[in-house]
Design a protein around this ligand. Structure first.
Ligand code: NAD
Ligand code: TDX
Length: 507
């Protein structure tokens, strides 16, 4: 058991420890190693409150969960600074504060009035959606029966040497790592959250998502994570979320090339300014950032050559979308070099899998067929994309988070080059349609010809390899998922197709 002695402004004070832990600790020292004035602990002791008292007070005050967690973080930092190697004290602190947070979650229930109350309490317009803060056990019985088993020997599990290490250095996380996932209600982000929750029970996740048209809150149904509706362009929201976290994984972006040709401005705002706001926060709070980017920053490659993108390929983006993603990558590198921000970048090829918006190529064609419409191929369908299953992408993100070198970029790809015509042929086959049962529509302006990723650095240095490299099998699973989850995609389908019809109907 220990007792925290805090200075009134929340600065690290000191700690009293009972034996036997106490005998392992020398005199209290400050963060810089200097001895604490012996008079100070006595003064601090006079003002001190026990941890239980602090938590009980929080409960009485009805603090919203993030405020409790901020307090928890403050207490934890106070302990961590003084006692770098006796963090076994932390598990006692964690559950106490966590239980208080959960209690308050439960007490607040989930009706609209509670949400309105929560809004009043939130600084910076934060909205905590308590409907998503549910028992973590639920996630292990995935609604689809598609339970993902913990990977054997996954870092941070059953590894006593990591159990109590709390640090913002890669490879050193372990129990209680707390990550902020931006864009977690979108396609890749939601898959990342679901997979992380299912395979890494000791990682705590806070999702922040602006819930643009591209988001689908129901992608996180049954997943026990804190959900915050907010924009990465809002410094107050971002600052408050980053402060208590260990790391940020930035999936949030405006992502559809076709939309960026119609209206580029939201792309510049979220993808560029939003990334800058995140960088500013992780710099201030000295937190780890992993920035998710795309292979489209490299422009395109000629058809029919063996050439592939590498980490050294110069940037040559074609569309407003890819130019905004390229800008965001440059900002990350600048913050790493100029300010020592602890960041990594990954550039991935085209993802496919469940929970992808029906505006994107593969889900659009599948859901057209499932709605009795014909698939729509741009131009002659000769353009080549390098497909990767979303789970393989997200496993690579974890490899980089845990083992990546700060300041480095990693390309993620699964050697999945296929022309759009070839992909459509597989979809038609999987749905029992004739090979010619599709329409061709006017081509995309500035349409990139071919993307191809050389991911050998990631494989060599971090030991990652795609587990779902059989594209045809992954595509069949994806067709099945859309077939079985009509309620997920049907509400947005007609609106998406109406917008496409305006663009694709020759005038
Ligand atoms: P998506 O469009 O499905 O999801 C993006 C999410 O970000 C949405 O939930 C949206 O509401 C949210 N968002 C948008 N603006 C926001 C803001 N200002 N603040 C907070 N949240 C905001 O996109 P996706 O396909 O899941 O892509 C995720 C990331 O991966 C993006 O950065 C994208 O550039 C990158 N990427 C995607 C692919 C792909 O094939 N889909 C490939 C490589 C890289
Ligand atoms: O109806 C269609 N018909 C068609 O032929 C659509 C929607 C697309 N296409 C073609 C255009 C592309 O060559 O299919 C290919 C894939 O198109 P999208 O799904 O729009 O993806 P793409 O433009 O390649 O970009 C995707 O991969 C990289 C993501 O949307 C980006 O966010 C990611 O960065």
């Amino acid at each position: 058991m220990f007792r925290l002695l805090l200075e009134p402004d929340g600065a690290p004070g000191t700690v009293e420890l009972d034996d036997p832990v106490g005998t392992r600790v020398g005199d209290p020292v400050r963060e810089d190693g200097a001895a604490v004035d012996p008079v100070e602990p006595a003064q601090l002791r006079a003002q001190a409150r026990a941890v239980e008292d602090v938590v009980a007070q929080d409960e009485r005050d009805g603090l919203v969960p993030d405020e409790v967690r901020a307090e928890h973080e403050r207490l934890r930092e106070a302990v961590g600074l003084v006692l770098h190697d006796v963090l076994q004290a932390e598990p006692e602190l964690g559950p106490v504060a966590q239980q208080a947070a959960e209690l308050i979650d439960v007490r607040r229930g989930g009706d609209d009035q509670d949400l309105a109350d929560a809004r009043e309490h939130q600084r910076g317009q934060r909205v905590v959606d308590h409907r998503l803060v549910v028992d973590r056990e639920e996630l292990l019985t995935d609604a689809d029966g598609d339970r993902v088993q913990p990977a054997p020997g996954a870092p941070g599990q059953d590894d006593p040497s990591h159990r109590h290490t709390i640090t913002s250095h890669p490879g050193g996380y372990g129990m209680h790592m707390h990550i902020v996932v931006t864009g977690g209600a979108g396609f890749i982000g939601a898959n990342f959250v679901r997979r992380t929750v299912a395979t890494r029970p000791d990682v705590r996740i806070t999702v922040v998502d602006a819930l643009t048209y591209a988001a689908n809150e129901s992608s996180l149904d049954g997943v026990g994570v804190e959900f915050v509706k907010g924009s990465i362009t809002d410094p107050a929201v971002v600052d408050e979320l980053v402060a208590p976290a260990d790391a940020v994984v930035n999936f949030a972006a405006d992502t559809h090339n076709d939309n960026s040709l119609t209206d580029p401005w939201p792309f510049l705002d979220t993808n560029i300014r939003g990334t800058a706001v995140l960088l500013d926060a992780v710099r201030r709070h000295e937190k780890r950032l992993h920035h998710i980017s795309t292979d489209e920053v490299f422009g395109d490659l000629p058809l029919g050559t063996p050439e592939r993108f590498t980490e050294e390929t110069p940037y040559r983006p074609s569309s407003p979308y890819s130019a905004s993603k390229a800008s965001s990558d440059h900002l990350v590198r600048a913050w790493v070099r100029s300010f020592g921000v602890q960041a990594t970048i990954s550039n991935c090829s085209n993802n496919y899998g469940p929970y992808q918006h029906v505006e994107k190529f593969i889900p659009r064609q599948i859901t057209n067929i499932l709605s009795g419409e014909r698939p729509k191929l741009y131009g002659a369908g000769a353009n080549v994309r390098d497909w990767i299953h979303v789970d393989d992408h997200n496993d690579a993100v974890w490899a980089i988070l845990e083992r990546g070198t700060i300041g480095e970029t990693y390309l993620i790809g699964a050697d999945g080059e296929r022309s759009n015509r070839e992909v459509l042929a597989l979809i038609l086959e999987a749905t029992g349609r004739a090979p010619d049962d599709f329409d061709t529509v006017p081509d995309r302006a500035g349409h990139d010809l071919r993307y191809a990723i050389d991911s050998s650095k990631l494989r060599r240095e971090l030991g990652w390899a795609p587990a779902r490299a059989d594209f045809a099998a992954g595509l069949r699973d994806t067709v099945d998922w859309y077939r079985e989850n009509r309620a997920w995609w049907e509400p947005g389908k007609a609106g998406t197709e109406a917008a496409y019809a305006r663009r694709e109907t020759p005038r």
